[in-house]
Design a protein around this ligand. Structure first.
Ligand code: PMP
Length: 369
């Protein structure tokens, strides 16, 4: 078996999450705080757009970089929100697809990638798989951008800084002040910042600042999976300012020989999604955020999240894995922090579930604290 498989397979460890799912299978009607996607369905209007596109025969490959009309609409939106007069856009198979293409286009073996810890787990495994080196900068306990550590982590080999706000797994929104400071650090050595903004809509205290507003060398990744609950439709996009357009060109080349294109009938629905107002969903999720935070704050140590649908809570047991096992034995599914971190001190709750389940989960977790 060892000889059969490529060496890179040994760099990937999916055991943490798999263990939780294996345990979950045995539970009856658990409180499932482990899921990383919204609990609402795709709005009917957007489903209709996808059905219409399929019936009208839009079932073939699209252009490699995506339907022209969709790319133009995305570029318009970016011009309005970010102020980039001209941008280059690539429609991807989810943000995950965008991440793989970005890393393939940018990372040479030995290149260093600065990643605030905790992090979205894909970053680590893809960077490792490509022979890059993850340089983690600890952001505990506030989970804000650790500026001094980022500054010290920069070397001549630094290729990329990854930021993700609102963040998975912490729900923290990076402050404008810190984002500007990271832009300054990156600008000194012209380092590209990859900004994963997949949770941009789930923003509970005003707007979530984007580093693209303060820095030109940003590779912006945004998606449709979370905002419109289309995680199965596999749609996202990558965008850069004109100055970095060769990055998008190279990513497009690699898309041509890997994903070929993003799912084409759904690209039509994505056009409509860009005009769809999700503020009522966001308002409901803000209430869920309040429910979970208020329900746990006197018994657990946790930072009040400003976005996404996660809270990252300090484990009352010595290790998070220990506490997670106890929670699962009591019918609550949570994910141990070591899945998203070099530490195992916290656990992630996804509160993308019904209010009734959230209340039940709070009650059980409080008992176990
Ligand atoms: N980035 C972050 C931070 C995420 O949490 C996720 C989904 N869990 C993704 C990217 C990938 O999402 P998708 O591929 O469905 O767009």
């Amino acid at each position: 078996m060892e000889k059969l498989l490529a060496d890179r397979t040994r760099q990937i460890d999916a055991s943490g999450i798999r263990k939780v799912f294996a345990l979950a299978e045995k539970l009856k009607d658990p409180v499932n705080f482990s899921i990383g996607q919204p609990d609402f369905d795709v709005p009917d209007e957007l489903k209709e757009e996808a059905i219409k596109a399929i019936k009208a025969g839009q079932n073939k490959y699209s252009q490699t970089a995506g339907e022209e009309a969709l790319k133009e609409k995305i570029a318009e939106r970016i011009k309005k929100e970010i102020g980039w007069e001209r941008s280059a856009v690539l429609v991807t198979s989810g943000v995950s697809g965008g991440l793989l293409l970005a890393f393939m286009a940018l990372i040479n073996p030995g290149d260093e990638v600065i990643i605030p810890d905790p992090y979205f787990v894909i970053y680590k495994h893809l960077v490792n798989m490509l022979g890059g080196k993850c340089v983690f900068v600890d952001s505990y306990p506030s989970f804000q951008l650790p500026l001094e550590k980022i500054r010290r982590a920069v070397t001549d080999k630094t290729k990329l800084i990854i930021i993700n706000s609102p963040s998975n797994p912490t729900g923290v929104v990076y402050s404008e002040e810190r984002i500007k400071a990271v832009a300054k650090i990156a600008a000194k050595k012209k380092i590209i910042v990859l900004s994963d903004e997949i949770y941009e809509k789930f923003c509970y205290e005003g707007d979530c600042p984007s580093i693209a507003n303060y820095y030109e060398r940003v590779l912006l990744l945004r998606g449709f999976s979370k905002s419109y609950a289309m995680s199965g439709w596999r749609l996202g996009y990558a965008a850069v300012n004109e100055t970095l357009k060769n990055v998008i060109e190279e990513m497009t080349k690699i898309q041509q020989y890997t994903f070929v294109c993003a799912p084409s009938p759904f690209q039509k629905a994505a056009m409509a999604a860009l005009d769809y107002d999700v503020s009522s969903f966001v308002a409901a999720y803000r209430k869920k955020r309040d429910l979970i935070y208020e329900g746990l704050k006197d018994k657990f140590e946790l930072v009040r999240p400003g976005g996404a649908f996660y809270v990252f809570v300090k484990s009352p047991a010595k290790t998070a894995t220990e506490f997670v096992e106890k929670a699962i034995a009591n019918n609550v599914l949570i994910i141990p922090g070591n899945v998203f971190s070099e530490k195992d001190t916290h656990f992630r709750i996804s509160y993308a579930t019904s209010d009734e389940k959230i209340k039940r989960g709070i009650e059980i977790l409080r008992r176990l604290a």
